[in-house]
Design a protein around this ligand. Structure first.
Ligand SMILES: [Zn+2]
Length: 152
């Protein structure tokens, strides 16, 4: 269906800035419609996010298990999964802290403790880059309670 001039209702082309029949400026009307659409979308999005936010208030209490999981997740970087305290511990042991490169961190959940394994690379005292694996035991407050293994 071809667009029609909103003024004289005759057929016009999308390319016409002015209606060829009555000379009405179609361009300004199109622009106004565009802004109107944008505003409409904005309002919908705003309402949707408000609905989302207020939804949060009615969310039932987290279960103990969910709270525990959240607590554990706080020990790990959302960015690369590294354990924050372990990263600091490793860096403080290095000759060249700036050469530290995190590769991968995994953990095993053993109820009251976590076994956290981090693989990283760093420069040794001779300037060579080597890969190392550290396994530590942490409590649920992210604190390192024991260094289980440090493989170079
Ligand atoms: Zn017209």
């Amino acid at each position: 269906m071809k667009p029609k001039c909103y003024h004289c209702k005759k057929e016009v082309s999308n390319k016409d800035d002015l209606c060829p029949h009555c000379g009405t400026n179609l361009k300004s009307r199109r622009k106004a419609l565009g802004i109107g659409c944008g505003l409409f979308v904005f309002i919908i999005v705003a309402m949707a996010s408000l609905a989302f936010l207020s939804d949060d208030d009615t969310t039932p209490e987290l279960t103990a298990e969910q709270k525990r999981t959240q607590k554990i997740e706080k020990c790990f970087s959302a960015w690369d999964g590294s354990q924050i305290n372990l990263t600091n511990r490793i860096k403080s042991s290095l000759n060249d802290e700036d050469s530290y490169k995190h590769i991968e961190t995994t953990y095993i959940d053993k109820d009251s403790v976590l076994y956290v394994q981090t693989i990283f690379s760093a420069k040794n005292g001779f300037g060579g880059t080597i890969k190392q694996t550290v396994i530590v035991e942490t409590n649920l407050n992210c604190e390192i309670t024991d260094v289980v293994q440090w493989i170079q």
